[in-house]
Design a protein around this ligand. Structure first.
Ligand code: SIN
Length: 280
């Protein structure tokens, strides 16, 4: 199958919008184009799609092997699709803080493919922040301060038996007995696909700098986080029915807004396997 004449246009702040493509039938050449665009832009947004769970799985598998998330409940009948769901009765959403998926893993997820299945009448947007820009726009002194630093990441404080979700009305996300060792990654990584330097710490899963306590680490972490949240480098994705977003977890953060209480929202997520990360 020949590549279609898909169009890629940079989106405000972070990511790119891809049009003139049907994700239900992508060619190998399209996938190669999309993968490169993902590495370059960090996130890709597709309007007007209508893919089945089977087509969602097929699309994900063309991009990378699937890395099944060990905390999220699966969509009924589809063990590789994670359900990102909030009912009209619940007050806690999933992913409602800045994060990048699976940074607590030794080989963090390369990306995620999210499909809108059921949207609230308004709200429920997802924010994406550009971590290439976050690094590039740091001042020289901060770049020198973080060069060579490594950071410890973990998931117990979020998904553990005593973690954040255990205290909420989404307690099924809290998993006792799931092996979640802490993991160390460079603070500035060389992106495995683009070769560019990326800031790789995030507010949800980064615990501290290696060799420092959390208290010692917090001032610099908070400074990096505030810098990375610069609205100039953030895109607000307003979902439409059937829409798909694919993001690169090494190049972006994301944040699911929780501003639609009393309404149902269901997204289907497939996480894509990545590799161990090297310092820039
Ligand atoms: C996530 O963090 O993967 C969920 C994003 C969303 O629901 O918009």
């Amino acid at each position: 199958m020949l590549a279609t004449a898909l169009r890629i246009e940079a989106a405000d702040g972070c990511g790119a919008t891809v049009s003139d493509i049907d994700l239900a039938r992508v060619s190998d050449a399209d996938v190669a184009t999309l993968r490169q665009a993902l590495f370059d832009h960090g996130a890709l947004f597709f309007r007007g799609q209508s893919i089945t769970p089977e087509q969602h799985i097929a699309l994900a598998e063309k991009i990378a092997p699937i890395d099944v998330n060990r905390f999220f409940p699966a969509a009924p009948g589809y063990p590789v699709i994670a359900k990102v769901e909030k009912t009209a009765e619940q007050t806690t959403n999933i992913g409602g803080g800045w994060h990048t998926d699976h940074s607590y893993d030794i080989a963090p997820a390369m990306g995620s493919v999210l499909v809108a299945r059921d949207l609230p009448p308004e709200g429920g947007d997802t924010l994406f922040a550009d971590m290439y820009a976050a690094y590039d726009t740091l001042d020289a002194e901060t770049k020198a301060q973080i060069a060579g630093l490594r950071a410890v990441h973990g998931s117990d404080h979020v998904f553990g038996e005593k973690g954040v979700y255990a205290q909420t009305d989404q307690p099924e996300l809290a998993k006792g007995g799931v092996e979640t060792p802490e993991t160390v990654h460079p603070v500035v990584i060389r992106h495995p696909g683009s070769g560019k330097a990326v800031l790789y710490v995030n507010p949800s899963f980064t615990l501290r700098f290696e060799g420092q306590t959390r208290e010692e680490s917090l001032p610099l972490l908070m400074k990096l986080y505030a810098h990375a949240m610069n609205p100039a480098h953030v895109h607000t994705l307003v979902w439409e029915p059937g829409m798909v977003a694919i993001w690169d977890n090494r190049a972006t953060w994301h944040f699911a807004k929780n501003d639609y209480h009393g309404h149902y929202r269901l997204m289907h997520r497939i996480t894509l396997a990545g590799c161990e990360l090297e310092a820039a």
